[in-house]
Design a protein around this ligand. Structure first.
Ligand code: FMN
Length: 293
């Protein structure tokens, strides 16, 4: 049975009307109602929606347009009810954050919050979302791991030829965000991104487990690959190549440092009256502003 037909029959049942009553109400010939019910006349989704609206019903099933046939949209019902997420409602009540309570230097403030977040969970609190602007004009966000906070900024490591690597080369302005759910805190960092010194990348690469070092050689990050076997085959090839030697850092793999220009701290508050403190770098000095939630 077609999805539309199922909905139509459902609608008939829901109105509690007989076919005759239904036909009268919508101004159709009764034969049309029965032919729709038997699937001999196809109604498109918009028409069904209009019918449903006339009786005060909403069609909530999710539809997927699959192909257009004889002027009608043919729909495949994926049979899932739309998930209602409106019941998710968390009260934030862990604490407050004010311009007075926060430190003058946002990087020091970040470190303080980072340590507090670390103290209360074994999760990866150094996981951060990195947003870059792609050549297609779309921003893209993915997780990376913060590996150091230095005087120059926030450091992570990756493949320079990956999507993010190419994005950064074209648009060095990036955004990092942390969400520490258990602390009811978020930090957003905007800044300029540049490659770390080769010596920094070397030093970190040397500390990685050998398996991860070989993985960095085996993965052409963000490029299409035939299948998993092909990836593992490449891994074994490099394993063989470097057998008995230290694995050198691939030239296309290394660190980036994000030098912050603006850092925003968010602490969840009761009644959605959250605290937001934004630091902006102006003429070499950090200025603090409280923002509306
Ligand atoms: C928790 C987490 C941490 C990650 N850390 C890194 C990382 O430090 N470096 C990295 O290159 N990819 C990391 N990834 C994978 C990236 O999210 C992403 O899939 C990969 O870098 C390719 O991104 P791109 O194609 O946009 O360049 C991590 C993923 C997760 C879920």
């Amino acid at each position: 049975m077609r999805a539309e037909q199922k909905i139509f029959i459902d609608l008939l049942k829901k109105t509690g009307l007989t076919q005759h009553g239904f036909a009268k109400k919508v101004g159709w010939a009764q034969s049309r109602v029965s032919r729709c019910g038997s699937g001999k006349i196809h109604l498109n989704f918009t028409e069904l929606q209009e019918l449903a609206n006339a009786f005060g019903f909403q069609i909530k099933r999710k539809f997927e347009m699959v192909r257009r046939e004889k002027g009608w949209w043919v729909c495949a019902d994926n049979d899932k009810k739309e998930k209602d997420l409106s019941h998710y409602r968390k009260e934030y009540e862990r604490g407050e954050c004010s311009a007075e309570k926060t430190l003058q230097n946002p990087v020091a403030q970040f470190q303080k919050w980072f340590e507090e977040a670390e103290d209360e969970t074994s999760d990866e609190v150094n996981a951060m979302a990195l947003s870059t602007l792609g050549e297609d004009g779309y921003p893209k966000t993915r997780m990376v791991l913060l590996k150091a906070v230095t005087e120059s900024g926030f450091v992570f490591f990756t493949n320079y030829n990956s999507d993010k690597g190419r994005d950064i080369q074209e648009h060095p302005k990036v955004c990092l965000s942390f969400f520490w759910s258990h602390m009811e805190r978020q930090v957003i960092i905007k800044g300029r991104c540049q490659k770390t010194a080769a010596a920094t990348s070397d030093a970190y690469f040397e500390k990685r487990p050998r398996g991860s070092q070989l993985g960095a050689w085996a993965s052409d990050q963000s490029k299409a690959i035939r299948n998993r076997d092909a990836l593992e085959e490449k891994y074994r090839m490099f394993e063989e190549q470097f057998r008995g030697h230290a694995v050198p850092r691939p030239p296309h793999w290394g660190g980036y440092v994000v030098q912050p220009q603006g850092i925003e701290f968010w602490q969840g508050g009761t009644d959605r009256l959250h605290d937001r403190i934004r630091y902006t770098l102006k003429a070499g000095a950090w200025q603090k502003t409280r923002l509306s939630p």
